[in-house]
Design a binder for this molecule. Sequence first.
Ligand code: ADP
Ligand code: MG
Length: 585
Amino acid sequence: MDLINILPDNVANQIAAGEVVDRPAGAVKELLENAMDAGATQIDLVVKDAGRTLIQVIDNGSGMSDSDARLCFERHATSKIHQADDLFAIHTMGFRGEALASIAAIAQVELRTRQHDSELGSQVIIEGSHIVSQQPTACPAGTSLAVKNLFFNVPARRNFLKKDSVELGHIEEVFRRITLIHYDIGFTFTSNGKVLYDLKAGTLLQRIAGLYGNAYKERMYSVEEQTDIVKLRGFVSRPEYSRRTRGEQYLFVNGRFIKHPAFSTAVEKAYADLLPDHSYPSYFIGLQVDPSRIDVNIHPTKTEVKFVDEHALFAILRSAVKRALGQFSLATELSFDTPEEFNIAPAPKDYVPQQPRISYNPNYNPFRASGSQSHQRKIESFEDLEPLDKPAQIEKPQPVTAAGACLQVQNRYIVTTLSSGLALIDQQRAHERVLYDKLTQSSNQAITQSQTLLFPINCTFSAADAEMLGELLPDLKDYGFEIAPLNQTTFVVTATPTDLKEADLQPFFDQMLSDYKSATLQKFSNRTRNLCASLARQMAVKSGTVLSQEQMQQLVADLFACPMADTSPSGKKIITIVKPEELLK
Ligand code: ADP
Ligand code: MG
């Protein structure tokens, strides 16, 4: 009995589609790339419901002839390569001739296209690989491709889509990866009728500012290098604008976004010790290399690329970034080399602990007002606390009066005494915890105090950030901010919470929104939690800030009143206990 049969094209296309278009962002990428390959100078992206209902890309590129308008939906239909050798000199984004066939297999697609020297264009409607109609039509020169009801015939995939904010986040990321490096092309991005980005053709720096806000123009150093094997151009962030995540790291080769861990290391190495621990530079760097010296024959959705000259490129990249940093900054004067954690060796097993001889005033009790013991909490989870006979308790501190009660070490840790030993408290994390608890409570009770600014301050954002901030305004009001929109991208701030000591509001909001965005993208669904954590992080007193005795005592008191005094909202350890026996040693 014969068992093998050849799959019909529409089934094969539907299977192939899973590889090219796994979510709306995948279709967006293919359509934007096609528009660029067609030589467009203006490309408009329109989505509805994060691409679920509609993805449309309109370009002013070459357009297609009547027969190409039909043929482009066939599998392996491409105008970009003719023979296998062409693979080694690819100058276009696409070349496999799979994208449109795949998209047409899993959506309802309307194509309208006209070549510049034709009077009439053609309209093709195709649904699940079946051509529904083709007819001449009057339309602008160029191509409009509308993808409606993606996955309409693949319920399994449709059901696996994440909620709109997540899918839109993926589309935005695709949009950034393409528009960042194609800054000579104008782009717009409209979502549910709102223009999120309107990017004019211009320079790379203008494009960065268009996507991330004008503040970025002052945050970047330019990097440039030209050798026999590479032409390199881009921007890297000044060390003081480093970030806590690797989010804004963009590397391109020949106009294509790539991920290349070794090259990322090269850039980060160039910063060496200019960066605080656990912070990362932003960079936007484009490489131009001979196409025959890279392997482009890669999976369409993968971003890894192989280079023949990898070692040389690594060195060139690192030294170019190093030079950019050294050339423009006095960076060598900066020092962030404070140790991250205390390392304390465990006491010998048979060691008999004794009380340390520290004089203190037993009558002094800064917690008399706050009273209750109910916040005492076991700490068993610190990885690097040495084994204890019985679980330690965080008890309330008894400040040492003779030596000035609390002590600040390296402007980063507050040292205070407990009967179980010394507590080393990370001031920034402690404050983050205190503010977070206060903010999450105030969202219910509206108790945050506000201070009116002497001079209102204007802050400007990218269209996407401005939209997000707009949505957060009612919440921010609960937390003591008075902010009103001036126009689409500028807001005026007239009041801030009294807890906010930050003078420079623009970076405050930029970083807060970026934290909020990444928290949201990481799929924490609790909006209040995300916002409070982002705010607390920005508002917290930073490591390196000198604190007065009262400030330290207040902070310690506030911290020990928190039910989760030992962990910061982002899950970091706040307190390390040094036991008496360790002190004696
Ligand atoms: P590929 O881009 O790999 O060639 P696609 O399936 O994406 O494959 O597109 C098939 C063909 O359709 C392209 O080679 C091109 O000739 C044509 N095409 C697609 N989109 C456009 C467009 N926006 N403008 C002009 N031609 C297009
Ligand atoms: Mg293509």
